[in-house]
Design a protein around this ligand. Sequence first.
Ligand code: NAG
Ligand code: NAG
Ligand code: NAG
Length: 442
Amino acid sequence: MNGLHRPSRPQPRASRPWSFSGMDYPETKKKRNFAGKILLAAVLTVLCVYILKNSSSFTTPTAFSRHETGVTHVLVTGGAGFIGSHAALRLLKDSYRVTIVLGIHLYSVSLLQDNLSRGNFGAVKVLQEQFPEPGRLQFIYADLGDPKAVNKIFRENAFDAVMHFAAVAYVGESTLDLLGELQHSKCLLLYYHNITSNTLVVLEAMAAHGVKTLIYSSTCATYGEPLKMPITEDTPQIPINPYGKAKKMAEDIILDFSKNSDMAVMILRYFNVIGSDPEGWLGEAPRPELREHGRISGACFDAALGVIPGLKVKGTDYSTADGTCIRDYIDVTDLVDAHVKALAKAQPSKVGIYNVGTGKGRSVKEFVEACKKATGVEIKVDFLERRPGDYAEVYSDPSKINRELNWTAQYTNLQESLLTAWKWQKSHQNGYRKSTSLALTY
Ligand SMILES: *[C@@H]1O[C@H](CO)[C@@H](O)[C@H](O)[C@H]1NC(C)=O
Ligand SMILES: *[C@@H]1O[C@H](CO)[C@@H](O)[C@H](O)[C@H]1NC(C)=O
Ligand SMILES: *[C@@H]1O[C@H](CO)[C@@H](O)[C@H](O)[C@H]1NC(C)=O
């Protein structure tokens, strides 16, 4: 622009020998033209700002938004949680393309303020650091209960499969205290929203956008209190707590849906998940307010760290070998291996349902001994009365998954699994937020 139409210095026509031919407009037209240019400039500026603001999603849009031969793009819901982050890590190592959707946490709505969502971002940050190449990993924050938001994600991305981990949370077999509390609160309904109806939302979005494979996280809590051990996939499902019920309902919805669909579905029913990745990138960072209700491994580490005074073992008079409850502890590395195998073997129009456990029950006493050895701390243990609602024995029969998916638990040494998790816990006493300066002694 070489000074053409500069309004402050309207020049006589005669002095403009460089005027383009055909541009001898009358003054009013010139003004309109000028206004047009201002408008154009404004539009361009807005566009520039828009593009800049969205530049992060503009750098790698195509990789995630189109299908690519030889690359399987997996949507991992809850991919910042304990199990989801481990699954994402494994998928990335195996050259899958991964999109993580991190939901707003189960309890964050009103029950408890969620301060650990930042901690959860820690897992995503670790994954991003390990896999920075464009087109490998992207991360989207969304409420899975919001069909509009979920549909947008499916519209803008080309997924080949979904692993639905969201809402598995920390609510497992050993959290009956918390479940008891929730039962007396209006927040109970959150279970059904966040487990059952979120599953429905994801399922509908998958159907609407032609995503063909679903790997669903379910739980042995859907079996309730079976009369016969070990638990097979044919053991009747009679869940006794809201968590188990919500998961069972979600399973039923998926099964009904799949009857009239060519979707490939794998439902994995987890037993008690422990451990963390052997390389020490990821770990379990439960939110502080859930710790005391949480899983036995968390309690054991808290006791070893002195965060809590000791362990309380509830019930020593069960009809088991040493009188304490028996559970089936599955290492998270084995669990995510089951997911990857399930994904590889998923067949259109078929539903596969599998228990994921070791098939070997361990007593709470055994667990505590393994924890003492792994941590090297002589943890104080109080033996208390039974807790209502705890059942004596829960362990899986994993022969179906052995047979059909060629999956077998490899990390079956309780003490070693706990040692791996302990190393991470010891060096991440504030979760992912900031590593402490404590040196590892192992
Ligand atoms: C749980 O459900 C409520 C209500 O639908 C929703 O606001 C919240 O974001 C959900 N949380 C998750 C983790 O999806
Ligand atoms: C969450 O963190 C903020 C500051 O980071 C703090 O003021 C607040 O008390 C915390 N809430 C809970 C429930 O821990
Ligand atoms: C089953 O898995 C093992 C390793 O765990 C492998 O050596 C074997 O080849 C697999 N069998 C089949 C049929 O894929």
